[in-house]
Design a protein around this ligand. Structure first.
Ligand code: RFL
Ligand code: PHB
Length: 411
């Protein structure tokens, strides 16, 4: 049914009043969108960030914990790293636990001194929002019904509705789709343009946060016949732990006692190691998949971060890939505004995808080496043990894991 004439006029007026222009319109205030916006700002390029959630909600989402060396350096270079350097924990290795024993992979000795930082993603987000707003950044929280169009023209547009219900339209030079796995930007590309590569894994992760002291000074990635376990940390009082579960499992199926019994069973070592237990205050089930779309660009829309690719969390790569996409895209846009050159923009997708595929391979490899696959036989189990033994005893094997874990170079 056609809308009444008055409401059409109302919409036209509202549009007329609120149309604005910006250089780069960014959809999503996650790591990719916020980093891109701030790097551009530091080089004099203006952007508007549209975020569908409220600031408090964005700052509370529990996700990643491991920052690669390059992400640590980037946070510092853009002036957002102060709290991370004070409150984060530098880790110089991880432990691989298998066959009831621990083997350590040292990072600095295999990577010319590189390491990683344990610092929660929601703290990264808080720090980035703070620096953006302190430099008068334009982040529009609670932007609803965001849509992007005219992507193949020189004036792509974003339309959204604010909390009061007013519709706004922003005309941009470029749009960055940094809106995560549930992206509206990715499906706005016409059918047939993007090729999707996907792999689903037949398991998920059951994640908990608990109030307890750290069980280990370094992260433990444990392979066990009952399933994979990751022992991670957040602070001296709060620990993050995961165990492999069915992808359809429900948090209600797991009492605290049952969770701790499962962790104890899967983490047992020959000398009787056990995790430090405490009150569990968060439980979630996370699905596991790999996904890459190619190319990461359509016209003047550029996809960055989880909107273009998803990895299983075993390699700790998702946030770090979002950060490198933001850097590669920022570099190309800076070059465009400085010297009107489009070659870096034209190469954005190829440059980003080269690194994305390597991180996809690493995340798939870590996942395959450490998880128990339903229906896998003893032969498969022996191969996994042999691979872990090789990786931890061979200098080349350990170096390959270490250099991927701390992060490969951009180019
Ligand atoms: P995000 O973080 O999902 O941000 C997207 C933002 O876009 C907003 N948005 C919209 N806004 C407006 N309109 C729309 N229509 C919108 N649709 C979405 C969303 O509200 C959100 O604010 O994507 P980004 O920036 O690409 O960042 C990706 C990372 O968040 C993700 O890859 C990591 O969390 C993955 N990950 C890890 N990565 C690491 O590098 N190291 C780790 O240790 C690590 N551990 C993890 C992880 C992810 C996990 N889960 C929950 C899947 C551990 C876990 C458990
Ligand atoms: C985390 O602490 O949440 C974490 C650490 C390492 C991973 C994945 C998640 O591989």
């Amino acid at each position: 049914m056609a809308p009444p004439m008055r409401s059409l006029l109302g919409l036209a007026n509202a549009l007329e009043e609120t149309v604005v222009r910006t250089q780069v319109g960014i959809v999503g205030a996650g790591p990719a969108g916020l980093l891109l916006s701030h790097i551009l700002h530091l080089r004099g390029i203006e952007s508007v960030v549209l975020e569908r959630h409220a600031r408090d909600d964005v700052e509370a989402i529990i996700k990643a914990g491991v920052l690669e060396q390059g992400t640590i350096d980037l946070m510092n270079e853009i002036g957002a790293g102060g709290r991370m350097m004070k409150e984060g924990f530098r880790h110089e290795g991880i432990v691989l636990r298998f066959d009831g024993r621990d083997e350590r992979i040292d990072f600095p000795s295999h990577t010319s001194g590189k390491s990683v930082m344990i610092y929660a993603q929601h703290d990264v987000i808080k720090d980035l929002i703070k620096v953006r707003l302190e430099s008068d950044g334009d982040i529009r929280f609670e932007s609803k019904d965001v849509s992007v169009y005219d992507l193949d023209t020189t004036e792509p547009k974003i339309r959204y509705r604010d909390l009061q219900g007013d519709i706004h339209e922003i005309t941009c030079d470029f749009i960055a789709g940094c809106d995560g796995t549930q992206s509206v930007c990715r499906p706005s590309v016409p059918a047939g343009v993007l090729k999707v590569y996907e792999r689903l894994y037949p398991f998920g992760w059951f994640g908990i946060l608990c109030q307890a002291p750290p069980s280990s000074s370094e992260l433990i990635y444990s392979m066990h016949e009952r399933g994979f376990v990751l022992v991670s940390t957040r602070s001296p009082d709060i620990q993050r732990m995961y165990f492999q579960c069915s992808p359809t499992d429900k948090t209600d199926n797991w009492s605290d006692d049952r969770i701790w019994a499962e962790f104890r069973a899967r983490l047992e070592t020959k000398d009787g190691w056990a995790p430090k237990e405490g009150r569990i205050f968060s439980k979630t089930v996370i699905g596991m998949r790999s996904l890459v779309v190619e190319p990461m660009r359509y016209g003047r829309l550029f996809l960055a971060g989880d909107s273009a690719h998803v990895v299983p969390p075993t390699g700790a790569k998702g946030l770090n890939l979002a950060a490198t996409d933001a850097q590669i895209l920022a570099r190309a846009l800076i070059e465009y505004y400085k010297s009107n050159r489009t070659d870096l923009l034209d190469r954005y997708s190829d440059t980003a995808l080269r690194r994305v595929w390597k991180a996809t391979r690493f995340s798939w490899w870590m996942t395959s080496m450490l998880h128990t696959f339903p229906g896998a036989d003893e032969f498969q189990h022996r191969l996994q043990l042999a691979e872990l033994d090789y990786v931890t005893r061979s200098k080349a094997g350990a170096a390959a894991l270490a250099e991927n874990y701390v992060g490969l170079p951009i180019d």
